[in-house]
Design a protein around this ligand. Structure first.
Ligand SMILES: Cc1cc2nc3c(=O)[nH]c(=O)nc-3n(C[C@H](O)[C@H](O)[C@H](O)COP(=O)(O)OP(=O)(O)OC[C@H]3O[C@@H](n4cnc5c(N)ncnc54)[C@H](O)[C@@H]3O)c2cc1C
Length: 391
């Protein structure tokens, strides 16, 4: 005989940002909710997010800040649970926060406060969180049956909130994708996003000894462009501009980097009547870029001649450094997973699978990926809430 304690109105797999938000909403609406979490505690990614301060939302959030095969899919959920709604929750719990830059809101103190707030809300909503749970098998009869090591859980509703593949060492698994496939639901090939590039061998030996040098650039790929900092690393490039553009990159594409956005390098040089020499050029470039990078750039890219035409041609290279990365640092270092459960398979209003009533997918496991800057959590909160309202 099935233990009644393991029968719930709603079972949620994964107690991360989206799962917990869904539990709060469904629990508050009177549903008996259990969250089953594989790791030894809920919300591990929240704890490491934003350098330990959790960039929990972005006040400028719009659907344009997300990648998805269907750019309209996220609109409904994002419109119904906005950054202001999450801020109201943060303020209700008196968690001090600040805007760091570009609308990004961070805790003044620690990400622990956000997780503590969510756990408290979960308890108030009567939802239970079980950690260290290994789900071995999910079946569907007239309800969902989830088998773990020694237990069996049953519910008419199963919400998959197991996240993406980034940072496997804190518990990321392909579970959500496997489960979707088990039910015949299409997946858009997952790949690392918001991830540093590894440069090809030639560029690596040319620049990577400058690891630690950073500068503001425009990074462009696939019709997208981001102006933020770029950082040279021991193996390639990172920094916000690179992380942002990495989500749009694939190995068939090049990334174009404008190293001196909006600067007229040669025009100034000619106007100042600076000597047309490598030293003159170097000192002009040093005005715009960190010295070590400026020197290296001029050393590796000498102008073909000192005519106006050749110098203008030289300048074009600085505004359009085309790199062909060897790859990325992969899921080990990626902040998110691009791709996931195909949005055509889901209701944009409720996140329920069209062909499997009662089965829901929320958060990062879905093919909706935010830009850097608090957007991924906003999607987790909004999609979790949208499902929670429908249960
Ligand atoms: C280093 C880092 C920093 C980040 N910083 C930010 C930031 O500041 N702002 C921002 O907006 N986004 C940030 N992100 C992205 C953000 O953390 C994620 O997009 C967000 O957590 C996704 O929420 P989720 O609930 O879908 O998945 P997750 O938060 O990843 O939660 C999924 C949960 O499911 C559990 N799970 C996995 N497999 C199973 C299974 N088989 N059974 C049961 N449970 C399972 C996991 O252990 C996890 O607890 C960051 C990501 C990383 C890696």
């Amino acid at each position: 005989m099935m233990d009644k304690a393991n029968r719930f109105d709603v079972l949620i797999l994964g107690a991360g940002a989206a799962g917990v938000m869904c539990a709060i909403e469904a629990g508050t609406r009177g549903r008996r909710v259990a969250l089953l979490e594989r790791a030894d505690r809920p919300g591990k990614k929240i704890l490491i997010s934003g350098g330990g301060r959790c960039n929990f939302t972005n006040i400028h959030c719009t659907a344009e800040n997300f990648l998805s095969a269907n750019p309209h899919f996220a609109k409904s959920a994002l419109a119904r649970y906005t950054p202001a709604d999450f801020i109201a929750l943060v303020e209700k719990h008196r968690i001090p926060y600040h805007e760091k830059t570009l609308g990004q809101l961070f805790c003044d103190g620690s990400a622990r406060e956000i997780l503590g707030m969510l756990e408290q809300e979960c308890r108030a909503a009567g939802a239970t969180i079980q950690s260290n749970v290994r789900v071995n098998h999910v079946a569907r009869t007239d309800e969902f049956v989830v088998r773990t090591g020694d237990d069996e859980f049953r519910s008419p509703v199963l919400v998959v909130a197991t996240g993406g593949l980034s940072i496997p060492k804190i518990g990321a698994t392909p579970f959500g994708y496997d489960l979707a496939r088990q039910f015949g639901i299409k997946i858009r090939e997952p790949r690392p996003g918001l991830v540093p590039f590894v440069l090809n061998e030639k560029d690596r030996s040319a620049y990577c000894d400058l690891a630690g040098v950073s500068m503001e650039v425009d990074a462009a790929c696939d019709g997208q462009q981001f102006r933020e900092k770029m950082l040279i690393t021991h193996r390639g490039l990172s920094g916000p501009a690179i992380l942002q553009i990495s989500s749009y990159w694939n190995s068939a594409r090049r990334v174009k980097i404008d190293l001196a956005p909006e600067y007229d390098i040669v025009g100034e040089l000619l106007a100042q009547k600076t000597a047309r020499t490598a030293a003159g050029l170097r000192s002009r470039v040093r005005e715009l870029l960190p010295n070590r990078f400026a020197d290296r750039w001029v050393e590796l890219h000498p102008p073909s001649a000192w005519t106006n035409f050749a110098l203008e041609d030289w300048e074009k290279q600085m505004h359009g450094w085309a790199i062909a990365p060897a790859g990325t640092e992969g899921f080990e270092k990626a902040e998110v997973t691009v791709g996931g459960v195909d949005t055509d398979e889901l209701s944009a209003k409720t996140m329920e699978a069209r062909r499997v009533p009662g089965l829901f997918f929320i958060g990062e496991v879905v093919d909706v990926t935010g830009h850097l800057g608090g957007y991924n959590f906003q999607w987790a909160w909004a999609s979790g809430r949208a499902a929670g309202e429908a249960l």
